[in-house]
Design a protein. Structure first.
Length: 248
């Protein structure tokens, strides 16, 4: 996989035992371009490293899982590109061959149909209910708005920007102030959920939006306990307020 491009890197949760690389490849770029309005969410892969003693654990989000959640039926259009990416992925870190591609996460994953229509429960947002941050006639004006807003933001830190080729679509990765609080809710087991970070802001055809926390976090961890959901509901509003800071 000689075409790997590093879009950004940082320490999630400001934790010295965690590190994150955000990467893209020719196959991910193709999926982002051909995957409809939400294809850009597949263009940037979060490659997480967790250090524990002498061990280093590598994790990445399940691209098929998130592809079905965000792209729904459009995911079929990028099946070949995603398949080629997954075939190449183990070669990215050849020393891990034989220890890679071991799934971890929910013990009872959602069905394909539930992924495409996901919402945690009736009053929770779906993919179609995002945090709306603005609408512009020109894509370039929308991107400029996000760039300038992030520069002046006190709570959000820009980590990367991914521009989809030949398409009015741009994805920003940002560090939000609530990362440590999210970690307190999610990291209840030995394996940390580091690959979930960072938060994202999307610009598509002049529309500026970001995933709603009560959609994004339960979607990523469908086996969250009632206690975790209660804690998340209290935190979600603060996350939204931080993201909405961009809208002024």
């Amino acid at each position: 996989m000689n075409d790997v491009e590093i879009l950004g890197k940082y320490r999630p949760v400001d934790d010295s035992s965690r590190y994150m690389f955000i990467i893209t490849t020719k196959h991910l770029k193709k999926a982002a371009r051909n995957g409809g309005d939400y294809g850009l969410f597949l263009g940037a892969l979060h490659l997480a490293l967790d250090m524990k003693g002498d061990m280093v654990y590598l994790s990445v989000p399940n691209i098929d899982y998130w592809g079905n959640i965000y792209l729904r039926d459009d995911f079929e259009k990028v099946g070949k590109a995603i398949g080629e990416f997954k075939a190449d992925l183990p070669r990215l870190l050849p020393k891990l061959r034989g220890k890679f591609m071991r799934p971890f996460g929910a013990t009872e994953p959602l069905t394909l149909e539930k992924l495409k229509t996901y919402r945690h429960s009736g009053r929770y947002p779906s993919r179609d209910e995002m945090i709306e941050l603005g609408q512009f006639e020109q894509h370039s004006d929308a991107v400029k708005f996000v760039e300038e807003s992030l520069k002046s933001s006190e709570g959000l830190e820009k980590l990367y920007r991914f521009d989809v080729m030949r398409k009015d679509a741009t994805l920003f990765g940002v560090q939000i102030p609530q990362e440590s609080e999210i970690a307190e809710i999610l990291d209840q087991e030995e394996r940390k959920k580091t690959s979930f970070y960072p938060w994202q802001i999307a610009v598509v055809n002049g529309r500026v939006f970001s995933p709603a926390p009560l959609f994004q976090i339960p979607a990523g961890f469908p086996d969250m306990t009632r206690w975790q959901i209660i804690k998340l509901k209290k935190l979600a509003k603060r996350i939204e307020i931080s993201v909405l800071e961009l809208a002024g």
